[in-house]
Design a protein around this ligand. Structure first.
Ligand SMILES: [Zn+2]
Length: 875
């Protein structure tokens, strides 16, 4: 994503007295009108002014024109944060009379029709409710019948792009330009002002004096007393040696009557526009005659198509070789003054905010099945447990707005698998939600590795967070009102992309103003690592930006101990180290261990707690195991049983799986269902399925769908309240419980299924496997061919030790050796050869392990030991 660009964004000053929630700093420049409507406008804008409140878009080409435009504002608003994410314009926002106006300037040295079009496109995207669009600045006049003088104003009732055309046979240029008219509503207003001026003089001079009063340094924009207005014969060219016309031949000046009234005059007519400067008297007159042109400029033609606007030009030269810059300031000011006068005759009712783009979006487009199933399925904390979190210094610091600089709004709760992070997160989320202020939002997302794609991806997370945010604060739905998004949405193939969602999330947060947002995001490790990495990076930028702009954004993550990904600024809380968490565990064991009282029982409790080492799930499982012994009256066996129980959760699962061998068939079903289950099973369900034991050899066997009958499914699904359809899909995709466990990112199950003894080197084996979205196996791939293809040598060894059939062909008729040779896994090739793998079995394309790799032509065989052969020479 584009990280929030800190340099360009306005800082919200929270200490400003006038800053209301969602408001931004406003500087009064002074204004005179106090009618009722103005009062209402002010009231509204004090409450909150958003991008839809701006109905007048005003574009300038040059900084000096921008200065004149800004000087016309009765009030400025500081709100560049209102623009869309990829908008590179810099805006000045403010009010003129009853209108909220947004002003933008073309980039320095970036004049011309194309630049104008780009600026206009961004402005329209960021401010979808613009009803009045103005292009205001300076232009070159055409002296002629109308006696246009420097400083006068030309209002374009039509625009023509005169450089459009083709060169025809005799080398002449034939223009193909058409006249383009401004929008009807603007022409109506222009007509009204034009008719006013028949009886009442223009207010332009008054507007200019008022401007000077407010901005005394701008006298060069209002004072024309020292400016000279020379008009030379169109056949007399300026001597380019000189910058001014001081040395030009005065005898070539055209004689014009003196104007008694120095007030600028207003002319209405055709404005000629092109990407080239008009500075030649004869050409000027020739084109002017062709189209009846009053003024030449360089931007309007780029706007009329996408940004239908009224072009207003103050005349600063005569479009001939004598042009110079003397008059530019004054001409820019008269044009701006005309624009201001025009706005005064347009009633705001005519510009009431109606988004120009009717959006077909609703927040429903973010919704997906199971959007909050994980959160719902996490068991609510046991009575009074988790309370400690609310008084934890780290947690309190995180929520303390005065300490944001310490953590940029981030808290990261880490803990071992099964420690109880999700339960704690749900508790914290529900408490925070209960305490949410009227203005604030509390949102959550709980990743679920065993869920659908969206349940375990950051795209799903953004969709869920956006849904919660935009439903709670409907005004933020404005982020959906961008032409780009609406266009995409109208396409049939529309699908939310992570980047798009991330941008929308950032934009929504930028519109929060002073309203606080708190997010709880659980189980980052259940999402693909690359996605999490990108998301954390985006959030860090967002956190930094929020801190700088005073946005109250607080994010709480939880995950396993995640060595590779971290944030630079943030509070961290290790769950198993917390005294409060230990006390919760103790309370649980005290309440649930049904062993009565006595010193012996106290000792057992202490030992359980010590061995649990903060892992809640371990304690839950062990308490149940011990209760079984107690209930049989076998108190004597309890201590020994407890000593035997492995301290590691994954080992405990394995122990539970292998201990009891009764009811094997049922339990095989159970373990398979657990692995295939679409939603995570409740802890008790999981235990229920696991605790009776399972033969691991059987668990490694291929799943036979005929074995699991519809009745058995229905029964089990009834218990699990699960989604049958989704189970089918997963079942079809992967034939082995191990594959399902890998695809679901279920590391403990993978370890249990592979029967890996606890040792660091064996831990490395499972660490190197691909989990979740990274896992891939094609349809019909066998366990051994998968391990071989991916180059997992230890697992190949393990499977062979367990008696995997070495030459078993997969659905592509390839043997493990064929895969190993094809992929160039030399050590595995050797391993398979040592175990007696067949070297010339043919696959479906008649290739054998001896076929040279990567040859797509007719399969050949190479000799063992050849450089091109992946099989070593026979011993
Ligand atoms: Zn000259």
């Amino acid at each position: 994503m584009n990280p929030p660009d800190r340099g360009k964004r306005g800082r919200v000053d929270t200490d400003e007295e006038t800053t209301a929630p969602g408001d931004f700093k406003r500087t009064r420049l002074g204004c005179k009108d106090h009618d009722e409507h103005l009062g209402r406008i002010r009231e509204r804008s004090l409450k909150r002014l958003s991008h839809v409140d701006y109905t007048v878009g005003w574009i300038c080409a040059l900084p000096l024109e921008m200065a004149a435009a800004v000087a016309m504002l009765d009030e400025t608003h500081d709100g560049n944060t209102l623009k869309t994410h990829n908008d590179i314009n810099t805006y000045t926002l403010g009010r003129i009379g009853l209108h909220n106006v947004v002003i933008a300037c073309l980039p320095t040295n970036g004049y011309g029709t194309n630049n104008a079009a780009a600026v206009a496109a961004h402005m329209s995207a960021s401010f979808p409710c613009l009803r009045i669009r103005l292009m205001v600045g300076i232009g070159g006049g055409v002296p002629g019948e109308l006696d246009i003088r420097l400083g006068d104003v030309v209002v374009g009732n039509a625009v023509v792009q005169y450089d459009l055309g083709k060169t025809i046979q005799d080398g002449r240029f034939q223009r193909t330009s058409n006249l383009q008219s401004p929008p009807h509503n603007l022409m109506t207003a222009v007509a009204k002002l034009q008719s006013n001026h028949i009886s009442v003089p223009s207010k332009m001079s008054a507007i200019l004096s008022e401007m000077l009063e407010r901005h005394p340094p701008m006298s060069n924009y209002t004072d024309r007393s020292l400016l000279e207005d020379y008009l030379f014969d169109n056949s007399y060219d300026h001597n380019e040696q000189f910058t001014s016309c001081r040395n030009c031949d005065r005898s070539k000046l055209l004689e014009r009557p003196n104007r008694v009234n120095k007030e600028p005059k207003i002319y209405y007519g055709v404005i000629a526009s092109a990407n080239r400067v008009m500075k030649h008297g004869k050409t000027r007159d020739q084109i002017a005659q062709e189209f009846n042109v009053l003024c030449f400029e360089m931007e309007a033609a780029g706007l009329m198509g996408h940004f239908p606007c009224l072009v207003i030009r103050g005349i600063c030269d005569y479009s001939d070789s004598h042009k110079n810059k003397q008059w530019q300031g004054y001409a820019a000011a008269t044009a701006a003054a005309y624009a201001k006068e025009l706005l005064s005759v347009i009633h705001p009712n005519e510009t009431q905010k109606k988004p120009v783009i009717a959006t077909s979006f609703t927040t429903d487009s973010f919704r997906f099945e199971q959007i909050d199933s994980r959160q719902t399925n996490i068991k609510t904390a046991h009575a009074k447990t988790c309370e400690w979190l609310l008084h934890h210094p780290g947690y309190m610091t995180w929520l303390d707005p005065t300490k944001f600089s310490q953590h940029n709004g981030f808290l990261w709760i880490k803990g071992k698998p099964g420690a109880g992070k999700s339960t704690l997160m749900k508790f914290a989320y529900l408490r925070a939600k209960r305490k949410t202020t009227q203005n604030g939002v509390t949102a959550s997302f709980f990743f679920n590795a065993r869920g659908d794609e969206l349940e375990r991806s950051t795209a799903g997370m953004y969709r869920s967070l956006l849904l919660q945010l935009l439903e709670r604060l409907p005004d933020l739905q404005e982020v959906l009102d961008t032409p780009d998004l609406v266009l995409r949405y109208q396409r049939r193939s529309f699908a939310w992309e992570t980047q798009m969602l991330c941008n929308l999330f950032v934009e929504a947060i930028e519109r929060l103003g002073q309203r606080p947002l708190t997010c709880f995001i659980d189980a980052l490790d259940e999402c693909g690592e690359d996605q999490v990495r990108a998301m954390i990076e985006d959030f860090e930028n967002l956190g930094q930006h929020s801190f700088e702009t005073g946005t109250k954004l607080s994010i709480c993550f939880s995950s396993r101990h995640y060595p590779h990904i971290d944030i630079q600024h943030g509070q961290q809380l290790i769950l198993e180290d917390q005294i409060g968490h230990g006390q919760d565990l103790e309370k649980y064991v005290r309440n649930k261990l049904r062993a009565g009282t006595g010193k012996f029982v106290e000792e057992i409790r202490t030992e359980v707690l010590k061995k649990a080492a903060g892992v809640f799930m371990w304690a839950v499982l062990v308490v149940d195991i011990l209760n079984k012994e107690f209930s049989r009256g076998r108190n004597f066996a309890v201590r020994k049983r407890l000593q035997e129980i492995p301290a590691k959760l994954s080992e405990l699962f394995k122990d539970i799986l292998t201990r009891d061998n009764e009811n094997m068939a049922d339990l095989l079903l159970c373990i398979q269902w657990i692995l295939y289950a679409k939603r995570p099973l409740k802890r008790e369900e999981f235990y229920f399925a696991l605790v009776s034991g399972l033969d691991p050899e059987q668990a490694m066997a291929e799943w036979n769908p005929e074995y699991i009958t519809a009745d058995a499914m229905n029964l089990f699904v009834l218990i699990l309240r699960d989604d049958l359809r989704a189970l089918h899909i997963q079942g079809e995709r992967y034939q082995y419980p191990l594959f399902v466990a890998l695809a679901n990112g279920h590391r403990d199950a993978v370890k249990a299924l592979l029967q890996l003894e606890h040792s660091p080197s064996k831990d490395n084996i499972t660490a190197r496997l691909e989990y979740g979205r990274d896992f891939a196996a094609y349809k019909g791939q066998t366990l051994l061919s998968w391990a071989v293809e991916k180059g997992h040598k230890e697992i190949v060894q393990l499977l062979l030790d367990k008696g995997a059939e070495i030459d078993l062909k997969d659905s592509k008729s390839r043997t493990p050796l064929s895969w190993a040779a094809g992929k160039g896994h030399k050590e595995i090739v050797q391993l398979l050869l040592d175990k007696g793998a067949e070297i010339d079995s043919k696959d479906s394309s008649s290739r054998t392990p001896l076929s040279p790799p990567f040859s797509k032509s007719s399969p050949k065989t190479c000799r063992r030991g050849d450089p091109s052969c992946n099989l070593p020479a026979a011993k």
